[in-house]
Design a binder for this molecule. Structure first.
Ligand SMILES: [Zn+2]
Length: 70
């Protein structure tokens, strides 16, 4: 019984961390800052900035403040 509870807790924790990985980023394209054939995106939610190949969207959040906040 304890093992089952442990598995459930582990599953919930994994689900929570998985959601954190795909935070509510709002990527906005900024064509004026495109560079080297890459498209510039800026996250309106956390301020992260990233360059991706044309036709692609940034997937992960690269919040520069994340390290400090945990
Ligand atoms: Zn973000």
């Amino acid at each position: 019984m304890v093992v089952v509870v442990g598995l459930i807790i582990a599953f919930v924790l994994v689900a929570i961390f998985a959601r954190r990985g795909v935070r509510m980023c709002r990527w906005r394209m900024d064509r004026t800052r495109d560079r080297d054939g890459l498209q510039f995106f800026r996250c309106a939610a956390c301020g992260a900035e990233v360059l991706v190949p044309p036709g692609k969207m940034p997937q992960d959040c690269r919040d520069p403040r994340r390290a400090g906040q945990g």
